[in-house]
Design a protein around this ligand. Structure first.
Ligand SMILES: [Zn+2]
Length: 466
């Protein structure tokens, strides 16, 4: 059972097959294969089964979208494209894969919060005044007055919310990732003055969160522009456990950002998403390695509160900053919008990444109800709802795992080379075969529609056919 590929761009092939996680080899002339993937012109001596890329180069489409992205994309186009290839390959081989679906869960959800403020007292008077006015305008008079007074040190601080987040997420039974800005009062080198935040890192807060199972990451100011700045911004957060991941403040990003973040040593980035929409900027629900990175993985961002509910966000056009409209939905419409995104995860696996800003747990916005509803719905689906780092870690193990298989006399032998087999939750091997044809399997397994899923905890899995 051999799938061979001939293609000039090594990255495109390797990344597509990391997302597919199907055994494959590079094409060599004169060898026998069950099917070859190539432009016909590149394999002149080959006359066996061929998936010809001449008119439909899915490898290029996939890698272009992962790396360049697309605005207002509402389908995971890469995942749909790879699924078509999976269907095509099934015509030639018994397909064996490790799908992006942990054993025991239909998909994953990464919960994240950008911390742009930690106290009313650190905020500009105009910001707090506007927030208080919005509270009163929408009927939360008490919250508005409390906000205004706490700006002047009277009463408790309305935006000191870490304990509330902890209680809220404890009740939901989840943990999440908080991204912290590493430097105060600095809008960054290529940014609108409004971008500066007014708080200093409080290491006691970070330690308390990480000891309780939450994750702390960097909410980058300039780390997306060069690796030296990236290292400087990572340093204050690093003592709190593992090497941090990044989400850049305001989602600022250019084509050098992945390389800069990678060279600075960040574990992952989760900036690639929309400020003014919800959907699939990278075209996928999977974690992937961008072309310019050696180690850094991208966890694409799919849904953020401001994109759903906000009226506008700031965006660059050349050197200008302009107000760009957001979706500005009400809560029921936002849930419907998100459910469509979750629907793709239910079908194709992978991870939905949610961003709820730290301050939006309370009035004037208080979008906590929608957040809780999304978490509850994912839990009702049986999804693994966890931190960004845990999702990236799961994909990292899958990426390092090798898979091979052979078939002899009605026995499929699958070999898994997994350097980190102790991690939770385990992966699954999917054998695309009618479950009614299977007589025995030497591991936990369950039938699906046209395939058999097997828990991936053994180095050698055998599937005996009738
Ligand atoms: Zn931010």
């Amino acid at each position: 059972m051999t799938i061979a590929v001939s293609y000039p761009d090594k990255y495109s092939v390797e990344e597509a097959f990391q997302l597919l996680k199907i055994p494959w080899v590079w094409y060599e002339e004169g060898c026998h294969y069950d099917v070859v993937i190539a432009h016909k012109a590149d394999v002149p001596g080959y006359d066996g089964p061929l998936i010809d890329l001449t008119d439909n180069d899915f490898l290029k489409k996939n890698s272009d979208l992962l790396n360049a992205g697309q605005q207002h994309l509402h389908e995971p186009v890469c995942d749909l494209l790879l699924d078509k290839i999976r269907e095509e390959l099934k015509k030639y081989v018994i397909l064996v894969e490790i799908p992006p679906v942990p054993w025991g869960y239909p998909y994953m959800v990464a919960l994240t919060h950008d911390v742009d403020v930690t106290s009313v007292r650190d905020c500009r008077l105009v910001t707090v005044g506007y927030a208080a006015f919005q509270c009163i305008l929408h009927g939360s008079v008490y919250a508005g007055l409390r906000l205004g007074l706490s700006r002047f040190g009277i009463g408790s601080d309305s935006w000191a919310l870490f304990d509330r987040w902890k209680t809220f997420e404890d009740q939901l039974g989840v943990r999440s990732t908080f991204f912290f800005v590493p430097k105060k009062d600095d809008p960054g080198v290529r940014a609108h003055p409004y971008r500066a935040v007014g708080y200093d890192l409080n290491m006691d807060v970070l330690r308390d969160l990480t000891q309780g199972g939450w994750e702390a990451g960097v909410h980058g100011i300039d780390n997306w522009t060069d690796s030296q700045r990236g290292k400087q911004e990572m340093a204050p957060i690093s003592p709190c456990g593992k090497i941090p991941g990044n989400r850049t403040h305001w989602l600022l990003f250019d084509q050098n950002s992945w390389k800069a973040l990678d060279e600075a040593g960040y574990l992952y980035d989760t900036t690639f998403g929309y400020n003014d929409d919800a959907g699939f900027r990278a075209g996928t629900l999977q974690v992937y390695r961008p072309r310019t990175a050696q180690k850094l993985l991208e966890l694409p961002l799919h849904i953020q509160d401001l994109g759903l509910f906000g009226k506008f966000c700031w965006a660059t056009t050349g050197n200008e900053w302009v107000k760009t409209p957001c979706l500005h939905l009400d809560a029921p419409a936002a849930l419907t919008y998100c459910d469509r995104i979750f629907g793709f995860a239910r079908k194709y696996g992978g991870a939905v990444t949610l961003l709820w800003h730290y301050e939006n747990l309370t009035p004037p916005r208080d979008w906590s109800g929608t957040y809780a509803e999304l978490v509850n719905r994912a839990q009702a689906d049986g999804a693994w709802v966890t931190t960004a780092g845990s999702v990236v870690g799961w994909f990292e193990v899958r990426r390092k795992t090798g898979i091979g298989y052979e078939m002899n006399n009605k026995l499929i032998t699958i070999r898994i080379c997994n350097p980190d087999s102790g991690h939770q939750p385990p992966m699954r091997v999917r054998v695309h075969i009618d479950p009614a044809m299977v007589s025995s399997v030497n591991a936990e397994h369950k039938p699906g529609n046209g395939y058999l899923d097997i828990e991936c905890t053994w180095p050698e899995i055998t599937v005996a056919l009738k």
